[in-house]
Design a protein around this ligand. Structure first.
Ligand SMILES: Cc1cc2nc3c(=O)[nH]c(=O)nc-3n(C[C@H](O)[C@H](O)[C@H](O)COP(=O)(O)OP(=O)(O)OC[C@H]3O[C@@H](n4cnc5c(N)ncnc54)[C@H](O)[C@@H]3O)c2cc1C
Length: 437
């Protein structure tokens, strides 16, 4: 029997691993089972006291899994949701169901690596064949014009090398349903937030991200942002906005857990360029997807150095860990109302604009010289779109220990006046209704 281990690839369309697992099941007349591990460690507190996954992303994930289960059911593939860490859950399934082949997306960051090491060392795993695929990139390692160890240090060099000669692979079609006999397994109902030790909550009506999880919700968002409003045609000119659903694509939470692929977005942009308009705004969305790839390559090249205080540059700045400074940043009590408004937004919703993220990170790391990894861990806890590569890559970048050759820090006063000239954003978060609990 084949087992598919879903992680950050929670979709049925354009999923290479799923397509291959189905092809092999059909060819060899095998049954197919899928599993996702709701690892209790992901809901525990980290070394700084933040829960590694807070309620916002947890709810989004549960919605995504519910949708994935329905989509897979149409293919006659049962999705088990194990409430255990993969090192225990996967070998147990292998033993119980006589699994011969394990299909998974290839991941390389610390936790994911350790999980796979535990699995492969476990009893009964020795004869199991692993099939691993890089499916999270727009341009996977085979399609870039240099070896990963030669990744350029700065983004512009990376982008220009890619753009000089690139072709994005076509989407992988959703597999045809398997014969009904593939249905095996015991699909327990998904837990609620309370069962994960998290608080139930009502969404904050001010949120710029009022959307649900799941691949169908991702497609609805594309439909709306690209085709109905044609906001894509204005993307570059509006992407630095701060309020509401329309200023940027808001695709990051779906991209982060893989309920949407970068390729799917790319091909929708190309379709839009053919049918509606091709301009610098449409180009810019693809440009941003290359940033996402770039940070994935940074972590692929530099490994665990992305978690080091000196970052990939091994820079020796003076860093502090002042509990009162950290608390004031988190609670929105800094000397800048612009920083405070953004920090109130993330605490109430799990969302913050890119402009906001750059400013609050620069303030925390460069102006207050607090250990940037604490800021990154706070973002990891709260962000709906947390992604290890983009989060740690951007934090390093904004803290002066990453890929930015300039020693930059934001002038927060002038940023606030430029991007929130009428104070509407600050009023929304600082004068508005009280935060949701
Ligand atoms: C300190 C800090 C932490 C961040 N942490 C994360 C994170 O954990 N997860 C995450 O997805 N993004 C992160 N970002 C990048 C960026 O802020 C978000 O991707 C973006 O705000 C998401 O909104 P959007 O989908 O509307 O983006 P759009 O502007 O519509 O961009 C389209 C897509 O391009 C990608 N993208 C855009 N900007 C970046 C960028 N700077 N780096 C990498 N990819 C980018 C995202 O996948 C995004 O969905 C972080 C940025 C900073 C400064």
């Amino acid at each position: 029997m084949n087992l598919i281990w879903f992680r950050n690839d929670l979709r049925t369309d354009d999923n290479h691993m799923l397509a291959e697992a189905c092809r092999s099941a059909r060819r060899n007349d095998r049954r197919l089972l899928a599993v996702y591990c709701l690892d209790p460690r992901q809901f525990e507190r980290d070394e700084y006291g933040f829960r590694r996954t807070e309620k916002f992303r947890a709810r989004f994930l549960l919605q995504t899994l519910a949708d994935l289960r329905e989509q897979l059911a149409e293919l006659n593939i049962p999705l088990l949701v194990a409430r255990d860490h993969p090192g225990a859950a996967i070998p147990a399934l292998v033993r119980e169901h006589g699994i011969t082949d394990l299909y998974l997306q290839r991941e390389w960051t610390r936790d994911e690596r350790q999980d796979l090491e535990r699995i492969t060392r476990a009893e009964g795993m020795q004869g199991v064949k692993l099939h691993q695929y890089y499916d999270q990139f727009l341009l996977p390692p085979d399609d870039i014009p240099f070896a990963v160890e030669n990744l350029p240090r700065v983004f512009t060099a990376f982008r220009k090398a890619c753009e000089a000669d690139w072709s994005v692979r076509p989407e992988t079609p959703r597999p045809q349903p398997l014969p009904a006999k593939s249905l095996v397994g015991d699909e327990q109902p998904l837990p609620g937030l309370a069962q994960l030790g998290l608080q139930e909550f009502d969404p904050d009506p001010r949120s710029a991200f009022p959307f649900a999880g799941g691949e169908r919700a991702a497609q609805r968002r594309i439909q709306e942002y690209f085709w109905e409003t044609e906001n894509l045609a204005r993307y570059k000119h509006t992407r630095n906005g701060l309020i509401g659903t329309e200023y940027s694509s808001k695709l990051s939470p779906w991209l982060a857990n893989g309920s949407l692929s970068a390729r799917q977005v790319y091909w929708q942009v190309k379709d839009f360029e053919r049918k509606v308009i091709a301009n610098e705004d449409t180009y810019w969305l693809v440009f941003e997807l290359l940033w996402r790839d770039f940070f994935q390559y940074v972590s692929l090249k530099h490994g665990d150095r992305i978690f080091h205080l000196g970052g990939i540059m091994e820079t020796n700045y003076e860093w502090h860990r002042n509990p009162e400074e950290i608390r004031r940043w988190i609670d929105g009590e800094s000397e800048y109302d612009f920083v405070n408004a953004n920090m109130c937004e993330i605490a109430a919703t799990g969302w913050m604009s890119n402009r906001g993220r750059q400013n609050v990170a620069s303030y925390f790391a460069r102006e207050r010289q607090q250990d940037w990894r604490i800021g990154a861990a706070y973002f990891e806890s709260l962000l709906l779109d947390y992604d290890v590569h983009s989060n740690y890559g951007n934090w390093m970048y904004n803290s002066g220990v990453g890929n930015d050759p300039r020693d930059r820090r934001f002038n927060i006063g002038s940023q606030a006046e430029r991007y929130d000239p009428d104070h509407a954003f600050r009023r929304l978060w600082l004068d508005g209704a009280s935060r949701s609990s």
